[in-house]
Design a protein around this ligand. Sequence first.
Ligand code: PLP
Length: 394
Amino acid sequence: MKINRNFDNLVPNYLFAEVAKRTNEFIKNNPDKKVIKLGIGDVTLPLAPVVVEAMKQGADELGNKETFKGYPDYEGYEFVRKAVSDYYKGFGVDVSADEILITDGAKSDSGNIGDIFGADNLVLVTDPVYPVYVDSNIMAGRKIVYADSNADNGFAAMPPKDIKADIIYLCSPNNPTGSAYTYDELKEWVDYANANDAIIIYDAAYEAFITDENLPRSIFAVEGARTCAIELCSLSKTAGFTGTRCGYTVIPKELERDGHNIYNLWYRREATKFNGVSWPVQRAAAAVFSEEGQRQIRENIAYYQENARIIASAMDELGIYYTGGKNSPYIWLECPNGMGSWEFFDYLLENANVVGTPGEGFGKNGAGYFRLTSFGDRESTVEAIERIKKLLSE
Ligand code: PLP
Protein backbone atom coordinates (compact mmCIF):
# COMPACT_ATOMS: atom_id res chain seq x y z
CA MET A 1 0.00 0.00 0.00
CA LYS A 2 1.37 3.39 -1.01
CA ILE A 3 0.00 6.85 -0.30
CA ASN A 4 0.14 9.65 -2.84
CA ARG A 5 3.75 10.70 -2.27
CA ASN A 6 3.06 14.10 -3.82
CA PHE A 7 1.54 15.03 -0.49
CA ASP A 8 5.10 14.96 0.90
CA ASN A 9 5.82 17.98 -1.29
CA LEU A 10 3.10 20.15 0.26
CA VAL A 11 4.49 22.98 2.33
CA PRO A 12 2.70 23.11 5.69
CA ASN A 13 0.23 25.96 5.50
CA TYR A 14 0.38 27.48 8.92
CA LEU A 15 -0.82 30.99 7.92
CA PHE A 16 -4.31 31.00 9.40
CA ALA A 17 -3.35 28.65 12.24
CA GLU A 18 -0.50 30.98 13.20
CA VAL A 19 -2.75 34.05 12.92
CA ALA A 20 -5.28 32.34 15.22
CA LYS A 21 -2.56 31.22 17.65
CA ARG A 22 -1.04 34.68 18.03
CA THR A 23 -4.46 36.33 18.24
CA ASN A 24 -5.77 33.93 20.88
CA GLU A 25 -2.62 34.28 22.94
CA PHE A 26 -2.96 38.06 22.85
CA ILE A 27 -6.63 37.89 23.86
CA LYS A 28 -5.80 35.53 26.72
CA ASN A 29 -3.09 37.84 28.04
CA ASN A 30 -5.13 41.01 27.50
CA PRO A 31 -8.72 40.20 28.45
CA ASP A 32 -9.61 43.89 28.76
CA LYS A 33 -8.67 44.71 25.13
CA LYS A 34 -11.23 44.60 22.31
CA VAL A 35 -9.56 42.87 19.37
CA ILE A 36 -11.02 43.59 15.91
CA LYS A 37 -10.47 41.09 13.11
CA LEU A 38 -9.98 42.51 9.63
CA GLY A 39 -8.26 39.38 8.42
CA ILE A 40 -11.19 37.15 7.61
CA GLY A 41 -12.03 36.20 4.02
CA ASP A 42 -15.52 35.07 4.97
CA VAL A 43 -18.67 37.12 4.60
CA THR A 44 -20.66 38.19 7.67
CA LEU A 45 -24.00 39.51 6.36
CA PRO A 46 -26.94 37.08 6.20
CA LEU A 47 -28.48 35.70 3.01
CA ALA A 48 -30.90 37.99 1.18
CA PRO A 49 -34.58 37.46 2.21
CA VAL A 50 -35.67 36.42 -1.30
CA VAL A 51 -32.93 33.77 -1.30
CA VAL A 52 -33.97 32.40 2.09
CA GLU A 53 -37.59 32.27 0.92
CA ALA A 54 -36.62 30.27 -2.19
CA MET A 55 -34.58 27.87 -0.04
CA LYS A 56 -37.56 27.34 2.28
CA GLN A 57 -39.84 26.69 -0.68
CA GLY A 58 -37.27 24.23 -1.99
CA ALA A 59 -37.31 22.40 1.35
CA ASP A 60 -41.12 22.31 1.31
CA GLU A 61 -41.05 20.89 -2.22
CA LEU A 62 -38.74 18.09 -1.04
CA GLY A 63 -41.32 17.25 1.64
CA ASN A 64 -44.14 16.83 -0.83
CA LYS A 65 -44.63 13.72 -3.01
CA GLU A 66 -45.72 15.73 -6.05
CA THR A 67 -42.73 18.06 -6.00
CA PHE A 68 -40.06 15.84 -4.45
CA LYS A 69 -36.68 15.80 -6.21
CA GLY A 70 -34.02 13.10 -6.20
CA TYR A 71 -30.61 13.33 -7.82
CA PRO A 72 -30.27 16.55 -9.79
CA ASP A 73 -28.90 16.70 -13.35
CA TYR A 74 -25.11 16.44 -13.26
CA GLU A 75 -24.73 19.81 -14.92
CA GLY A 76 -27.33 21.50 -12.69
CA TYR A 77 -30.97 22.35 -13.36
CA GLU A 78 -31.63 24.20 -16.58
CA PHE A 79 -33.46 27.09 -14.89
CA VAL A 80 -30.36 27.83 -12.82
CA ARG A 81 -27.99 27.58 -15.80
CA LYS A 82 -30.31 29.81 -17.78
CA ALA A 83 -30.34 32.33 -14.91
CA VAL A 84 -26.51 32.37 -14.91
CA SER A 85 -26.44 32.77 -18.69
CA ASP A 86 -28.85 35.76 -18.44
CA TYR A 87 -26.70 37.24 -15.67
CA TYR A 88 -23.70 37.17 -18.02
CA LYS A 89 -25.80 38.83 -20.73
CA GLY A 90 -26.42 41.63 -18.22
CA PHE A 91 -22.77 42.62 -18.48
CA GLY A 92 -22.52 41.97 -22.18
CA VAL A 93 -21.06 38.45 -22.23
CA ASP A 94 -22.61 35.69 -24.27
CA VAL A 95 -22.32 32.22 -22.73
CA SER A 96 -25.12 29.77 -23.28
CA ALA A 97 -26.87 27.75 -20.57
CA ASP A 98 -25.39 24.54 -21.96
CA GLU A 99 -21.85 25.85 -21.41
CA ILE A 100 -22.52 26.25 -17.67
CA LEU A 101 -22.27 23.57 -14.98
CA ILE A 102 -23.60 24.17 -11.48
CA THR A 103 -21.20 23.08 -8.73
CA ASP A 104 -20.67 23.45 -5.00
CA GLY A 105 -18.18 26.30 -5.25
CA ALA A 106 -14.99 27.71 -6.67
CA LYS A 107 -12.65 26.07 -4.19
CA SER A 108 -13.68 22.55 -5.18
CA ASP A 109 -13.76 23.53 -8.85
CA SER A 110 -10.29 25.05 -8.84
CA GLY A 111 -9.01 21.95 -7.08
CA ASN A 112 -10.99 19.40 -9.10
CA ILE A 113 -10.57 20.80 -12.60
CA GLY A 114 -7.03 19.42 -12.63
CA ASP A 115 -8.51 15.90 -12.86
CA ILE A 116 -9.01 16.42 -16.59
CA PHE A 117 -5.39 17.40 -17.30
CA GLY A 118 -2.27 15.26 -17.48
CA ALA A 119 0.31 15.32 -14.70
CA ASP A 120 3.06 16.45 -17.06
CA ASN A 121 1.60 19.90 -17.79
CA LEU A 122 3.52 22.94 -16.63
CA VAL A 123 1.35 25.08 -14.34
CA LEU A 124 1.74 28.84 -14.04
CA VAL A 125 0.31 30.78 -11.12
CA THR A 126 0.74 34.40 -10.14
CA ASP A 127 2.51 35.07 -6.82
CA PRO A 128 1.02 36.02 -4.31
CA VAL A 129 -1.65 33.39 -4.90
CA TYR A 130 -4.79 31.76 -3.52
CA PRO A 131 -3.09 28.64 -2.09
CA VAL A 132 -5.60 26.11 -3.50
CA TYR A 133 -4.18 26.48 -7.04
CA VAL A 134 -0.72 25.56 -5.79
CA ASP A 135 -1.56 22.78 -3.35
CA SER A 136 -4.01 20.98 -5.64
CA ASN A 137 -1.36 20.86 -8.39
CA ILE A 138 1.31 19.68 -5.97
CA MET A 139 -1.07 16.87 -4.95
CA ALA A 140 -1.36 15.95 -8.64
CA GLY A 141 2.42 15.97 -9.07
CA ARG A 142 2.55 18.89 -11.51
CA LYS A 143 5.42 21.28 -11.82
CA ILE A 144 4.52 24.87 -10.92
CA VAL A 145 6.17 28.09 -12.04
CA TYR A 146 5.39 31.57 -10.82
CA ALA A 147 4.71 34.93 -12.46
CA ASP A 148 5.58 37.75 -10.09
CA SER A 149 2.91 40.20 -8.99
CA ASN A 150 4.64 43.14 -7.37
CA ALA A 151 4.54 46.91 -6.96
CA ASP A 152 5.99 47.33 -10.48
CA ASN A 153 2.91 45.78 -12.11
CA GLY A 154 0.36 46.91 -9.49
CA PHE A 155 0.29 43.35 -8.09
CA ALA A 156 -1.21 42.05 -11.33
CA ALA A 157 1.39 39.80 -12.98
CA MET A 158 1.62 39.70 -16.77
CA PRO A 159 2.57 36.70 -18.97
CA PRO A 160 6.25 35.77 -18.69
CA LYS A 161 7.68 35.87 -22.22
CA ASP A 162 10.32 33.21 -21.51
CA ILE A 163 8.02 30.51 -20.09
CA LYS A 164 5.72 28.26 -22.08
CA ALA A 165 3.10 27.20 -19.57
CA ASP A 166 0.25 24.74 -20.24
CA ILE A 167 -2.20 25.58 -17.47
CA ILE A 168 -2.53 29.12 -16.13
CA TYR A 169 -4.50 30.13 -13.05
CA LEU A 170 -5.69 33.72 -12.98
CA CYS A 171 -7.87 35.35 -10.36
CA SER A 172 -9.36 38.77 -10.98
CA PRO A 173 -10.23 40.68 -8.87
CA ASN A 174 -7.42 38.98 -7.07
CA ASN A 175 -7.27 37.32 -3.71
CA PRO A 176 -5.11 38.42 -1.91
CA THR A 177 -3.91 41.52 -3.80
CA GLY A 178 -7.26 43.08 -4.75
CA SER A 179 -5.93 44.00 -8.20
CA ALA A 180 -8.23 43.56 -11.19
CA TYR A 181 -7.06 43.06 -14.77
CA THR A 182 -8.06 45.54 -17.45
CA TYR A 183 -9.35 44.31 -20.80
CA ASP A 184 -5.96 44.88 -22.45
CA GLU A 185 -4.10 43.03 -19.72
CA LEU A 186 -6.43 40.06 -19.92
CA LYS A 187 -6.13 40.14 -23.70
CA GLU A 188 -2.36 39.68 -23.29
CA TRP A 189 -2.99 36.59 -21.18
CA VAL A 190 -5.53 35.27 -23.69
CA ASP A 191 -3.11 35.80 -26.59
CA TYR A 192 -0.33 34.14 -24.58
CA ALA A 193 -2.55 31.12 -23.82
CA ASN A 194 -3.74 30.75 -27.42
CA ALA A 195 -0.18 31.07 -28.74
CA ASN A 196 1.03 28.35 -26.36
CA ASP A 197 -1.96 26.05 -26.73
CA ALA A 198 -2.47 26.55 -23.00
CA ILE A 199 -5.63 26.78 -20.93
CA ILE A 200 -6.45 29.61 -18.54
CA ILE A 201 -8.43 28.66 -15.46
CA TYR A 202 -10.01 31.98 -14.60
CA ASP A 203 -11.35 32.41 -11.08
CA ALA A 204 -13.98 35.16 -11.10
CA ALA A 205 -15.09 34.61 -7.48
CA TYR A 206 -14.93 38.36 -6.79
CA GLU A 207 -16.38 39.68 -10.07
CA ALA A 208 -19.41 41.16 -8.31
CA PHE A 209 -17.10 43.63 -6.56
CA ILE A 210 -16.05 45.29 -9.82
CA THR A 211 -17.42 48.82 -9.93
CA ASP A 212 -15.37 50.23 -12.78
CA GLU A 213 -17.48 49.60 -15.89
CA ASN A 214 -14.39 49.37 -18.10
CA LEU A 215 -13.05 46.34 -16.25
CA PRO A 216 -14.09 42.91 -17.56
CA ARG A 217 -16.37 40.92 -15.23
CA SER A 218 -15.57 37.71 -17.09
CA ILE A 219 -12.66 36.45 -19.16
CA PHE A 220 -15.22 35.76 -21.90
CA ALA A 221 -15.55 39.52 -22.33
CA VAL A 222 -12.14 39.25 -23.99
CA GLU A 223 -11.79 38.39 -27.65
CA GLY A 224 -10.14 35.00 -28.14
CA ALA A 225 -10.97 33.65 -24.66
CA ARG A 226 -13.41 31.06 -25.96
CA THR A 227 -10.55 29.04 -27.44
CA CYS A 228 -8.39 29.05 -24.29
CA ALA A 229 -10.35 29.65 -21.08
CA ILE A 230 -12.45 28.02 -18.41
CA GLU A 231 -14.17 30.31 -15.93
CA LEU A 232 -14.98 29.45 -12.31
CA CYS A 233 -17.29 31.53 -10.21
CA SER A 234 -19.42 31.14 -7.14
CA LEU A 235 -22.13 32.77 -5.11
CA SER A 236 -19.97 32.74 -1.98
CA LYS A 237 -18.82 36.34 -2.11
CA THR A 238 -21.53 37.51 -4.51
CA ALA A 239 -24.47 36.47 -2.36
CA GLY A 240 -23.10 35.21 0.96
CA PHE A 241 -23.16 31.50 -0.02
CA THR A 242 -19.92 30.57 1.78
CA GLY A 243 -21.87 28.23 4.05
CA THR A 244 -24.68 27.46 1.57
CA ARG A 245 -22.34 26.30 -1.25
CA CYS A 246 -23.09 26.96 -4.89
CA GLY A 247 -20.88 27.89 -7.80
CA TYR A 248 -20.56 27.36 -11.54
CA THR A 249 -18.03 26.61 -14.23
CA VAL A 250 -18.28 28.05 -17.73
CA ILE A 251 -16.63 26.09 -20.53
CA PRO A 252 -17.16 27.13 -24.15
CA LYS A 253 -18.38 24.23 -26.24
CA GLU A 254 -15.66 24.78 -28.84
CA LEU A 255 -12.75 24.57 -26.36
CA GLU A 256 -10.55 21.64 -27.32
CA ARG A 257 -7.06 20.44 -26.45
CA ASP A 258 -5.08 17.35 -27.32
CA GLY A 259 -7.92 16.02 -29.49
CA HIS A 260 -10.51 16.26 -26.71
CA ASN A 261 -13.45 18.49 -25.97
CA ILE A 262 -12.87 20.16 -22.61
CA TYR A 263 -16.54 20.60 -21.68
CA ASN A 264 -17.12 16.87 -22.27
CA LEU A 265 -14.16 15.92 -20.10
CA TRP A 266 -15.34 18.15 -17.24
CA TYR A 267 -18.91 16.85 -17.58
CA ARG A 268 -17.57 13.28 -17.40
CA ARG A 269 -15.48 14.13 -14.36
CA GLU A 270 -18.42 15.74 -12.57
CA ALA A 271 -20.79 12.90 -13.51
CA THR A 272 -18.29 10.43 -12.08
CA LYS A 273 -17.35 12.11 -8.82
CA PHE A 274 -20.09 14.64 -7.98
CA ASN A 275 -23.83 14.18 -7.52
CA GLY A 276 -24.81 17.79 -7.80
CA VAL A 277 -26.05 20.66 -5.68
CA SER A 278 -29.14 20.12 -3.53
CA TRP A 279 -32.56 21.26 -4.72
CA PRO A 280 -33.12 23.96 -2.06
CA VAL A 281 -29.69 25.43 -2.81
CA GLN A 282 -30.29 25.47 -6.57
CA ARG A 283 -33.66 27.16 -5.91
CA ALA A 284 -31.83 29.69 -3.71
CA ALA A 285 -29.16 30.22 -6.40
CA ALA A 286 -31.79 30.95 -9.04
CA ALA A 287 -33.35 33.49 -6.66
CA VAL A 288 -29.99 35.32 -6.46
CA PHE A 289 -30.26 36.01 -10.19
CA SER A 290 -33.88 37.21 -10.07
CA GLU A 291 -34.50 40.96 -10.29
CA GLU A 292 -35.33 41.23 -6.60
CA GLY A 293 -32.45 38.90 -5.70
CA GLN A 294 -30.00 41.14 -7.54
CA ARG A 295 -31.36 44.21 -5.81
CA GLN A 296 -31.02 42.60 -2.38
CA ILE A 297 -27.54 41.10 -2.85
CA ARG A 298 -26.34 44.44 -4.26
CA GLU A 299 -27.22 46.05 -0.91
CA ASN A 300 -24.91 43.61 0.89
CA ILE A 301 -22.12 44.06 -1.64
CA ALA A 302 -22.46 47.84 -1.34
CA TYR A 303 -22.05 47.49 2.43
CA TYR A 304 -18.74 45.64 2.01
CA GLN A 305 -17.68 48.08 -0.71
CA GLU A 306 -18.20 50.99 1.66
CA ASN A 307 -16.03 49.19 4.26
CA ALA A 308 -13.37 48.76 1.58
CA ARG A 309 -13.60 52.44 0.69
CA ILE A 310 -13.16 53.40 4.36
CA ILE A 311 -10.04 51.23 4.65
CA ALA A 312 -8.59 52.41 1.34
CA SER A 313 -9.12 56.09 2.10
CA ALA A 314 -7.28 55.64 5.42
CA MET A 315 -4.33 54.23 3.43
CA ASP A 316 -4.54 57.28 1.14
CA GLU A 317 -4.46 59.58 4.16
CA LEU A 318 -1.50 57.73 5.65
CA GLY A 319 0.34 57.72 2.32
CA ILE A 320 0.62 53.93 2.35
CA TYR A 321 0.95 52.11 -0.99
CA TYR A 322 -1.84 49.60 -1.56
CA THR A 323 -3.74 47.78 -4.28
CA GLY A 324 -7.42 46.77 -4.25
CA GLY A 325 -10.14 48.36 -2.19
CA LYS A 326 -12.02 49.73 -5.18
CA ASN A 327 -13.01 46.76 -7.32
CA SER A 328 -12.33 44.25 -4.60
CA PRO A 329 -13.15 43.47 -0.97
CA TYR A 330 -9.41 43.20 -0.24
CA ILE A 331 -6.90 45.91 0.54
CA TRP A 332 -3.30 44.80 0.03
CA LEU A 333 -0.91 47.24 1.63
CA GLU A 334 2.79 47.72 2.01
CA CYS A 335 3.83 47.35 5.64
CA PRO A 336 5.03 50.75 6.85
CA ASN A 337 8.67 51.54 7.64
CA GLY A 338 9.94 48.44 5.85
CA MET A 339 8.41 46.09 8.43
CA GLY A 340 8.08 42.40 7.59
CA SER A 341 4.52 41.06 7.32
CA TRP A 342 4.66 39.11 10.58
CA GLU A 343 6.40 41.97 12.31
CA PHE A 344 3.59 44.29 11.20
CA PHE A 345 1.01 41.69 12.25
CA ASP A 346 2.40 41.70 15.81
CA TYR A 347 2.79 45.47 15.85
CA LEU A 348 -0.82 46.02 14.79
CA LEU A 349 -2.17 43.39 17.17
CA GLU A 350 -0.25 44.72 20.17
CA ASN A 351 -0.70 48.43 19.57
CA ALA A 352 -4.04 48.76 17.76
CA ASN A 353 -5.55 45.38 18.72
CA VAL A 354 -6.38 44.81 15.05
CA VAL A 355 -5.85 41.51 13.22
CA GLY A 356 -4.99 41.29 9.52
CA THR A 357 -3.32 38.68 7.33
CA PRO A 358 0.44 38.68 6.71
CA GLY A 359 1.10 38.76 2.97
CA GLU A 360 3.92 36.28 2.98
CA GLY A 361 1.42 33.51 3.67
CA PHE A 362 0.36 33.88 0.00
CA GLY A 363 3.79 33.56 -1.60
CA LYS A 364 7.22 35.12 -1.67
CA ASN A 365 6.03 38.39 -3.20
CA GLY A 366 3.76 38.86 -0.20
CA ALA A 367 6.74 39.51 2.06
CA GLY A 368 6.45 43.03 3.46
CA TYR A 369 2.74 43.21 2.53
CA PHE A 370 -0.47 42.77 4.47
CA ARG A 371 -4.11 42.00 3.62
CA LEU A 372 -7.10 43.70 5.21
CA THR A 373 -10.63 42.68 4.30
CA SER A 374 -13.92 44.53 4.13
CA PHE A 375 -16.12 41.64 5.22
CA GLY A 376 -16.42 42.83 8.82
CA ASP A 377 -19.25 44.91 10.25
CA ARG A 378 -19.20 48.67 9.72
CA GLU A 379 -18.78 49.73 13.31
CA SER A 380 -15.78 47.47 13.92
CA THR A 381 -14.21 48.40 10.59
CA VAL A 382 -14.50 52.10 11.35
CA GLU A 383 -13.09 51.60 14.84
CA ALA A 384 -10.20 49.45 13.60
CA ILE A 385 -9.33 52.02 10.96
CA GLU A 386 -9.41 54.88 13.48
CA ARG A 387 -7.01 52.92 15.68
CA ILE A 388 -4.69 52.15 12.74
CA LYS A 389 -4.71 55.79 11.63
CA LYS A 390 -3.88 56.97 15.15
CA LEU A 391 -1.09 54.43 15.57
CA LEU A 392 0.55 54.93 12.19
CA SER A 393 0.38 58.71 12.19
CA GLU A 394 2.14 58.88 15.58
N1 PLP B 1 -11.43 31.41 -5.17
C1 PLP B 1 -10.87 32.42 -4.50
C2 PLP B 1 -9.86 33.27 -5.17
C3 PLP B 1 -11.18 32.64 -3.15
O1 PLP B 1 -10.60 33.64 -2.49
C4 PLP B 1 -12.12 31.81 -2.52
C5 PLP B 1 -12.50 31.98 -1.12
O2 PLP B 1 -11.97 32.70 -0.34
C6 PLP B 1 -12.66 30.76 -3.25
C7 PLP B 1 -12.31 30.60 -4.57
C8 PLP B 1 -13.59 29.80 -2.62
O3 PLP B 1 -14.86 30.02 -3.03
P1 PLP B 1 -16.05 29.01 -2.75
O4 PLP B 1 -16.63 29.41 -1.44
O5 PLP B 1 -16.92 29.23 -3.91
O6 PLP B 1 -15.50 27.62 -2.72
